[in-house]
Design a protein around this ligand. Structure first.
Ligand code: A1D88
Length: 277
């Protein structure tokens, strides 16, 4: 694992995306600000490539931050090509194909990423953009952000695993408001519903999000990965299985250097420095 304080900077550019490495933190930026970072199939496939790259052990990545360039996080699927195809009578439109071939494969990979993922939602977060944000373990949103699942407005069923995720996150009634009603909700309401973890002022938002992500990157990585996996398994498992899985995970983390470091300082009021090992 890379020491969170060691500087290893590098940026890789994909279509409509950049992937930046800064010590133990990787930052994936959706980079089509003129379209509020609406996601094309090529961008989603680029995200998959970026996830493969940042998962290489030599990268030593201990957290991933996802953010949007400009005033938006992601305005959903890029429907420009969609609209053109429909106008020209070209049948099944690109974004519909992309659900199966690019968007869902991207989200599966993101949900399966072992290290903590932080989404910094600075502005509009819609459709597949909402799916992308909700694949994160911690969503920090600006006061200026808003969330919407506008599928029904396009006479489309919903995607991005939202029919599975939303009832678990916010309950069935609020999920109905979001999916059947396509209600747009502010970051304050999203926080109140339990859809996101925190709201930060518009001014200084980028810095607040970076600080939060850097704190995750400097955390007890093995314990965070174990907790993340236990939570994911717990969503579809039984309580008995959770007890067993937790006991095995606690035994594993009990053998880590970070656990030893924390135990040594227990009761001293000193914060341990975690190395991710
Ligand atoms: C399989 C499908 C899955 C899905 O994700 S379904 C959901 C698809 N997304 C949507 O339906 C949202 C469409 N966008 C909007 O409703 C609005 O935008 C917003 C409410 C997000 C923001 O409104 P405002 O702040 O007034 O900005 P603006 O002028 O509408 O947008 C700025 C530029 O961004 C382009 N843009 C916005 N969303 C998309 C999109 N989804 N696909 C392609 N382009 C988009 C616009 O056209 C425009 O561009 P220009 O300045 O050239 O007119």
């Amino acid at each position: 694992m890379t020491d969170a304080t060691e500087r290893v900077e590098e940026t890789i550019i994909y279509e409509g995306l950049t992937l930046r490495f800064d010590a133990a933190l990787a930052t994936l930026t959706l980079n089509d600000p003129d379209r509020l970072n609406a996601l094309s199939a090529a961008m989603a496939l680029g995200v998959i490539e970026a996830l493969t790259e940042l998962s290489k052990p030599r990268r030593g990545v201990r957290a991933l931050l996802i953010r949007g360039e400009g005033r938006g996080f992601c305005a959903g699927a890029n429907l420009a090509a969609e609209a053109r195809a429909v106008t020209r009578g070209q049948g099944k439109a690109p974004a519909i194909n992309a659900v199966e071939t690019a968007f869902h494969p991207m989200l599966r990979r993101l949900h399966a990423l072992p290290v903590p993922v932080i989404a910094a939602v600075n502005g509009p977060c819609l459709g597949i953009g909402l799916g992308l944000a909700l694949a994160a373990d911690h969503i920090i949103a600006s006061e200026a952000a808003y969330f919407q699942a506008p599928f029904r407005n396009l006479a489309s069923a919903s995607d991005s695993g939202l029919t599975w995720l939303l009832p678990r996150l916010v309950g069935l009634q609020a999920a109905r408001r979001l999916l059947l009603g396509a209600e747009r909700i502010s970051s304050r309401e999203a926080l109140h519903l339990g859809l996101i973890a925190e709201v930060a002022p518009e001014e200084g938002f980028e810095e607040a999000a970076l600080a939060r992500a850097a704190a995750f990157a400097a955390g007890p990585t093995i314990a965070l990965m174990e907790i993340k996996r236990l939570l994911a398994d717990g969503l579809s498992g039984e309580l008995d299985s959770a007890f067993e899985a937790e006991a095995r995970a606690v035994a594993r983390t009990g053998r880590t250097k970070d656990n030893l470091a924390a135990m040594r300082l227990f009761g001293t009021k000193q914060a341990p420095e975690f190395t991710g090992q």
